[in-house]
Design a protein around this ligand. Structure first.
Ligand SMILES: NC(=O)c1ccc[n+]([C@@H]2O[C@H](COP(=O)([O-])OP(=O)(O)OC[C@H]3O[C@@H](n4cnc5c(N)ncnc54)[C@H](O)[C@@H]3O)[C@@H](O)[C@H]2O)c1
Length: 452
């Protein structure tokens, strides 16, 4: 099947590449010329494990290509996926201007029948609005006035359907998530569009992947509901961590004890400095806004958002307390900047809030991240970016483990201790064993371990 993906960012590039690997012929479009040139020259604009090899293979086998030419891409495809960004606006609602721009542009080039698929995370009602925008554009293209100037278009029949097909991939394991999803959600009112979508995802039938076929509104809401629930789970366990610290409990055991209950499950019960990334922060505020627009107060999700902001800020207090109550003039070494390991994505990373907080309190910050430093330099200034964890430890008053990259799980702790000015280790991911760290002579702080 011929498929066009508009928006070659995280989701668009992974979706396009994986669909090409399924055997479809995919053209990825972006209006960022640099990005397309980079891809056509064998480069890759994002860091994602395994993606480069998959792109190379499918380009070589001529199933995957990259272009700025939307017209040609739409004309040669039956399905057109919209995978552009939906960043948050100042008030927390989703900015849909890129999605609507693409819908308008796609409508200029529709010929025959197309299935227009919203892959971007969009508020309920967006699919209907995309339908309206495309219909209006097509009405213009079939009006008498237009046909007077474009006689070559007369007699042409345009048909299209809109489908919602939200994406659930996680950065860092995006390919595995796309190739072996827990489910595929397809929202549409059109049987023929649903049949085409089922054909696109046919290779997943091999793994008996469940397909949730529903209407557009439900499909759009499923994505927000899933992300809001997971974000709430994270905020919940982070609050339990604070209770453990105050009451003498251990969050690692508490999470295990909770997670073994099959109704709860063990995933997303890891205490952390707060969630970040391109999805949870914006999707939680967006769903609160969606609810507000229909006069409903989404109290649980709003509380999760507030708890997450407080969590990031409290990490600064924790580091300050570990430094004996003052950060003024202290050098703090930060290990890890990306919002999670295996990505260079810095969007809404906890490191941004924490480092800004440390600087405000007079600390000097030096840091290392295995892949996110170029991205981090765009959003965090006035700190020293160094070449590895040991350079970060050298002459620092404390070291803070912020993103749990694998290489930070196996540090030479003896060397770290020797390099530090004072042996303070703040582990915001509970990677290390508290007893062992204390035995090694560290002043060791972690999250939610009150009795250690
Ligand atoms: N990143 C994730 O992990 C993830 C996971 C699931 C869903 N989503 C959702 O998927 C959507 C895309 O997210 P992303 O992280 O891939 O965004 P992104 O910012 O990485 O990529 C968006 C791309 O769209 C391009 N673009 C914008 N306007 C365009 C236009 N008119 N024509 C062609 N290209 C255009 C941009 O140049 C950019 O390359 C969002 O709605 C997001 O919420 C993201």
């Amino acid at each position: 099947m011929n498929i066009c993906i508009v928006g070659t960012g995280y989701v668009g590039l992974v979706t396009g590449t994986c669909l090409a690997d399924f055997g479809h012929t995919v053209v990825c479009v972006d209006n960022n010329k640099e990005k397309i040139d980079m891809l056509n020259n064998g480069g890759i604009p994002i860091y994602e494990i395994g993606l480069k090899e998959l792109i190379d293979r499918n380009v070589k086998e001529k199933r995957l290509s990259f272009t700025n030419d939307l017209k040609k891409a739409v004309e040669q495809s039956i399905a057109v996926f919209i995978a552009v960004g939906t960043p948050p606006k100042q008030d927390g609602s989703a900015n849909l201007e890129y999605v609507f721009d693409v819908a308008r542009e796609v409508a200029q080039h529709i010929d025959g029948y197309k299935v227009v698929v919203t892959k971007s995370t969009v508020p309920v009602g967006t699919g209907k609005n995309v339908y309206k925008i495309i219909s209006e554009e097509l009405d213009k293209r079939t009006s008498a006035d237009y046909l007077k100037d474009h006689p070559e278009e007369s007699g042409k029949k345009f048909r299209f359907d809109v489908v919602s097909n939200p994406e659930f991939l996680r950065e860092g394991s995006a390919i595995e998530d796309f190739m072996r999803p827990d489910r595929v959600v397809i929202g549409s009112e059109s049987d023929s569009a649903i049949a085409i979508m089922q054909d696109i995802y046919r290779p997943l039938y091999l793994f008996e992947t469940p397909m949730v076929i529903t209407n557009i509104e439900t499909s759009e809401l499923i994505k927000y509901a899933a992300n809001a629930f997971l974000a709430t789970k994270i905020s919940f366990i982070n609050e339990m961590g604070h209770l453990c610290e105050r009451l003498g409990g251990t969050i690692d055991d508490l999470a295990k004890g909770m997670g073994l209950d099959k109704r709860i499950g063990s995933k997303f019960l890891h205490v952390s400095p707060g969630y970040g990334g391109s999805c949870f922060p914006k999707d939680t505020t967006a769903v609160v806004d969606i609810a507000r627009n229909v006069d409903f107060d989404l109290k649980v999700v709003q509380a999760a958002v507030e708890a997450n902001q407080r969590q990031k800020e409290m990490m600064v207090d924790k580091i300050e307390a570990a430094m004996g109550g003052s950060l003024d003039g202290k050098t703090i070494g930060i290990l890890g900047l990306a919002f999670k390991p295996n990505t260079d994505d810095m969007r809404e990373a906890a490191s941004i809030t924490i480092i800004e907080g440390l600087k405000e309190k007079g600390a000097k910050v030096q840091t290392f991240d295995p892949v996110a430093m170029d991205e981090a330099k765009k959003c965090i200034g006035d700190i020293d970016y160094l070449e590895d964890a040991y350079a970060v430890a050298k002459d620092a008053d404390a070291i803070v483990l912020l993103t749990e990259w694998n290489e930070f799980r196996m540090l030479d702790l003896g060397k770290i201790k020797e390099l530090l000015k004072t042996p303070v280790f703040v582990d915001l991911r509970n990677v290390y064993d508290a007893e062992r760290m204390k035995a090694l002579g560290f002043v060791y702080e972690s999250l939610g371990r009150g009795k250690i």
